[in-house]
Design a protein around this ligand. Structure first.
Ligand code: GTP
Ligand code: MG
Length: 170
């Protein structure tokens, strides 16, 4: 299972929360923390793959192109890949990079779960609006999966696990 999303969106934090081990996947308030594909063996049932974030402005164009090529090669060719969790920030409309990534994943027919994260930073009364903004921005259809999540409170954790188990068939 691969975890993709903009730099600093919370991919490593989501992985830590799913396995309840803080510090397992390294997190940082500074974007660009995860620089390579990091594999986490989950009880020998599956691997979580923490993918470097996209859209990080402070790396050189050449480095960004290299990252993009590596990530695209991985996502398009890795036979073992069972699904992809794409994280987007629940506070904002998806960015053009988010939309491109989503379309890319769909193009390769990968099962995708969209996770709207940092939802603890929005009020409860905004949940439906947040869901609408994300699903309209990414042009999701009825069969696509979208879950709101917070690494801080654990909201959405069980729902994400359910999706992962179904997609990985475990
Ligand atoms: P890169 O490795 O740079 O691509 O970033 P990442 O997507 O792995 O993000 P990371 O998990 O390192 O989190 C970035 C920052 O966001 C950290 O300061 C986290 O504490 C914070 N953060 C992550 N998830 C949440 C969340 O659900 N709620 C809140 N309030 N903060 C979060
Ligand atoms: Mg990271």
């Amino acid at each position: 299972m691969a975890f993709v999303g903009r730099s600093n969106v919370g991919k490593s934090s989501l992985i830590n929360r799913l396995i309840d081990r803080n510090g397992m996947a390294r997190t940082s308030s500074v974007p660009g923390k995860t620089q390579t594909l990091n594999y986490y063996n989950i009880e020998s049932l599956l691997y979580f793959v923490d993918v470097p974030g996209y859209g990080y402005a402070k790396v050189s164009k050449a480095a960004r192109a290299k990252f993009a090529a590596m990530i695209e090669a991985y996502l398009s060719a890795r036979q073992e890949l069972r699904g992809v969790v794409q994280l987007v920030d629940a506070r904002h409309a998806p960015s053009p990079d988010d939309v491109s990534m989503y379309q890319y994943l769909k193009y390769y027919h990968l099962p995708v779960l969209v996770v709207g994260t940092k939802v603890d930073k929005t009020s409860r009364s905004q949940r439906n609006k947040v869901l609408r903004t994300l699903s309209q921005g990414l042009e999701l259809n009825q069969t696509d999966s979208l879950i709101l999540f917070s690494a801080t409170t654990g909201e959405g954790k069980d729902a994400v696990w359910q999706w992962l188990e179904a997609a990985a068939n475990i």
